[in-house]
Design a protein around this ligand. Structure first.
Ligand code: SF4
Length: 242
């Protein structure tokens, strides 16, 4: 079986615990207007890998990941779009005791069999919530968030998989009205959240939109100051101290 990979980062300290080998999978089912990787969207692009090619690449740095108390993180794009391929990869990684994290926006039915099969091998889900309010979520990503919120509850409260919530903080957009309060309230209903990661909005992906000939609609949005980011982090601190 073939998987399509956008890129690989062999050393990351921000995509899960410890030292991470990050595999950015090709293809996404959302269209976030702040996306800094629009080049991951097309499902038929990227580099083709067989299961063994990817597994061997990861296993070649196995000791280094273990010594750094880390593992592998599958990100994207949306890695769950290639759930069948990743299940085969993860089975082999688990035989080698590798810690597996999955960074997802979770926009799938909870009954999706391929997704359920993949989640059996995942130790930690990095779950991205783009906007808690449906109306703004649709404006920001092109899709409603009801499936996403159900998937967050399912992963945390039914499957009991550890979870970190990732929130892109864009002043005036992701905190519009009382969005962060509502989000915090929702996160409290999730039993397995160990941390909330605040990811400050940045403009580093804008050039990719221009390169792809697409219009970037959020040019007027300001990058948050360190102080603003700190305030939002403090707001979610309670969750992080659990
Ligand atoms: S889910 Fe991630 S990769 Fe997909 S459009 Fe949104 S930000 Fe981009």
């Amino acid at each position: 079986m073939i998987g399509r990979i956008h890129s690989i980062e062999s050393f990351s300290k921000v995509d899960g615990p410890g030292v991470r080998f990050v595999v950015f999978m090709q293809g996404c089912n959302l269209r976030c207007s702040f996306c800094h990787n629009p080049d991951t969207w097309a499902v038929n692009a990227g580099e083709e890998f067989t299961v063994d090619e990817l597994v061997n690449r990861i296993l070649s740095v196995k000791n280094y990941l273990k010594n750094g108390n880390g593992g592998v993180t599958f990100s994207g794009g949306e890695p769950m779009l290639q759930a069948k391929f990743l299940t085969l990869v993860c089975k082999k990684l688990k035989e080698n005791n590798i810690h597996i994290a999955l960074d997802t926006a979770g926009c799938f039915d909870i009954e999706n069999e391929d997704v359920n099969e993949l989640l059996k091998y995942v130790d930690l889900v990095l779950f991205d919530i783009k906007q808690i309010k449906n109306k703004y979520h649709k404006m920001l990503t092109g899709v409603p968030n009801d499936k996403i919120l159900k998937m967050a509850e399912y992963i945390s409260n039914t499957l009991n998989i550890k979870m970190r919530i990732r929130v892109v903080y864009m002043p005036g957009i992701t905190d519009v009205e009382n969005s962060l309060y509502v989000l915090k309230k929702f996160i409290k209903t999730l039993k397995n959240v160990e941390k909330v990661d605040i990811l400050p909005y940045h403009e580093m992906g804008i050039y990719k939109w221009e390169k792809l000939g697409m219009q970037y609609k959020l040019k007027d949005v300001k990058v948050p100051t360190n102080e603003q980011v700190h305030q939002v982090e403090e707001f979610f601190e309670e969750q992080n101290n659990k």
